[in-house]
Design a binder for this molecule. Sequence first.
Ligand SMILES: [Fe+2]
Length: 324
Amino acid sequence: MIVVSSEEIISQKVLPYDIYDEAGIKILEAGEILTPGKILLVRNHEVLYRKEEKTFEDIHQDYLSDEEKYNTVENTKKYGPLNKKSKIDFETQIELKSGYINALSVFNQNDVNRAKAMILEVRDKIIKDSQLIKKNVQFFSELKLLGEHKHTHPLNTAIYSVFLANKLEYNEVQIMEIALSALLHDIGKINLTGEITDPTKMNKNEEAGYRKHPLLGHKLIKTELKLSENIARVALQHHERMDGSGWPYGISSTMISEYAQIIAICNHFDNMTSSATNLEISNFREALRALLKAGSRTFSPKPLYSFVHMLSYGDTATFEELKF
Ligand SMILES: [Fe+2]
């Protein structure tokens, strides 16, 4: 709605648009002739509104199907392909990816407060959308966002984490913390170049940089984003393993925070289903099988088995099948 002055309305002989009052109630209709009585009615209101006019482009967009609207060459170039099998609608897929990419670039320009607000907006959208679609989701492949790993991985980890946290019956505040820590778990990689996420595929220098990301992430979250230790600890501990075989500290079991235990699973699952690990995984079921094989020596048993049984095990979609 946009404000329209009484002078502008009165200057028309025939109203070209509907007029609404402060409460959004239509008081005059397009096409009406302004009689003295109607002019008085207009003058009796302090503020009046009309709807924004549609441009030709708006009308054209309304006419297109969602696929035609969102599956464009420009969107694919900017945000990666859409997942045609996803229960997350195309518009939301684009909004989540663009929201996160824009937040990162604002963070890189050192506007930390704005970046934080943008990340929170993405987080809230994930939680809201998960609520809307949860009854219709059968497979993990119906949740996955496609695109450059460094942009989609935090989003996918957050989406899986919200589903898992719901299944584990965490409360609303905890789910918000879990989603935010998932979105930020790899923020310590912000200055790393390239797409490599698996230390076994790196040269010595790359590996040294990569190994610092949990500590860097913890520091960024605490000192720059000024978020709680709960959130920062996930960045620090998401590569730790239950048997102490992880890094950077090699801590084990309950020394690893509950949130980090959850996000470690979602993180690893998304890496496996993005071909970002050296494991031979070609579809979602194989990734679930690999999680089970890693078992409770690697991941905390309760979230691990809840994750594996949360959705259908028969998810044989390959990653290529999801793209247009
Ligand atoms: Fe990581």
